[in-house]
Write a protein of this length. Structure first.
Length: 167
């Protein structure tokens, strides 16, 4: 009789234990927002960026990437917001992540060039701009063309050797 009572008690409690375990397991799993929610968050980031609120924009894009690490546009825009907020090195890491996911992303190369230019790494910036233009020719503006020509001129100047002074 004790065995039957124990078995009945176990059968009664077992479903409750299982439901508690599944609740604990589900709370440990990260909640992934619906695509509509991610798109809304992405658009809020764009709006914050356009309004000049780069800190909020960076936070919104970071949340999108956290939920969807494959969202290349959010990575690029996150980098742009960081760069505009004076965090060029952090921005470059976002462009690198974006390019790891999409090696032909012209916007990532272009923005990487902008960040390098802010860091006064002009030769490297020119390389990134050239790569961006090779992927998307309409990125070449007259201002960028003039910048690249100045960089080519400087590069040529550094390659000219001067004869040693005469004694």
């Amino acid at each position: 009789m004790k065995t039957i009572f124990g078995l009945a008690l176990l059968l009664t409690i077992s479903p409750m234990l299982t439901s508690c375990q599944s609740t604990q397991q589900s709370s440990a799993v990260a909640v992934v927002p619906e695509p509509v929610v991610l798109e809304q968050l992405y658009q809020e980031g764009r709006a914050a960026y356009e309004a000049g609120n780069f800190t909020v924009a960076a936070e919104k894009f970071a949340r999108v990437v956290e939920a969807d690490p494959t969202h290349v546009n959010a990575l690029v825009n996150w980098g742009a917001a960081l760069a505009r907020n004076g965090q060029a090195l952090e921005a470059i890491s976002k462009y690198q992540l974006a390019l790891a996911r999409d090696p032909n992303n012209a916007a990532a190369y272009y923005n990487w060039g902008v960040a390098l230019e802010r860091l006064r790494k002009h030769a490297e910036a020119a390389e990134k701009y050239e790569r961006a233009i090779a992927l998307q020719s309409d990125l070449l503006t007259p201002t960028l063309q003039a910048y690249l020509e100045r960089q080519r001129s400087r590069k040529q100047d550094t390659q000219i050797s001067t004869p040693p002074p005469r004694k």
